[in-house]
Write a protein of this length. Sequence first.
Length: 275
Amino acid sequence: MAIDITLLGTGNPIPDRDRAGAATLVRAGGKTLLFDAGRGVCMRLAGAGVVPAMLDAVLLTHLHSDHICDLNDVVTTQWVMSQVERQLPIYGPPGTAEVVEGMLTMLRPDVRYRVAHHADLTWEPRPDVTEVHSGVVFEDAGVRVVAAATDHRPVEPTVGFRIECEGKSVVIAGDTVPCAGLDELCSGADIYVQTVLRDDFVRLVPMQRFQDTIDYHSTVVQAAETAKRCDVRTLVLTHQIPTPAPDAADEWTAIAREHFDGEIVFGNDLDTVSV
Ligand SMILES: [Zn+2]
Ligand SMILES: [Zn+2]
């Protein structure tokens, strides 16, 4: 297989025992790339046989807390588990440098303790941030990652990513409604991973804050329509809102099926999809 995707966290911001926060692992051409770093990401990485020191890069779709709240754990664990001084490349939309800077401030006492304690740990964590908008953001060993602007307003800027290797392609869309940038990324893709929302359920929740989420996420129907419009082969539903019942997979999949003929995967944590 050219590209393996492992869903590290398929949860939404509401904590759940079986669904970690937003994070997806992509392994292609010997590269190990982490997309988003939500709640529990290091535990789920371990479940996929990966420790943070093995990551070649972290790529962030946007700076909502449910997508970045455990980035500090990735940075710290990569640092303390590396045998030699290494940078951790982090790509994300404008604003990422500010977030990482604040995170390093939070980690300062811990860094001080560990550097003082361990004679063989002579360096500090070295996250290396590149803020990205669109175009090629990463290219190495036959693996190419392209970014494009997505639409998660009023959260902006946000980006989605297309990963290409050996003629295959996958899209990690992040939180977005259908838009031109998303279509550009998805065009002819083998796998399209979309965070999704069931507006029929969310409309029943008598709380303004819940209602607001309908505006800026793809519904299951919209994700299926994007998949069809862009001639995608496999649609992967993740980050389901609201948290689905344990036996709800068929129901969610059936809704997408009405609009898309290709393969549909209802994502659970640590599911792997390959192409
Ligand atoms: Zn978001
Ligand atoms: Zn989210």
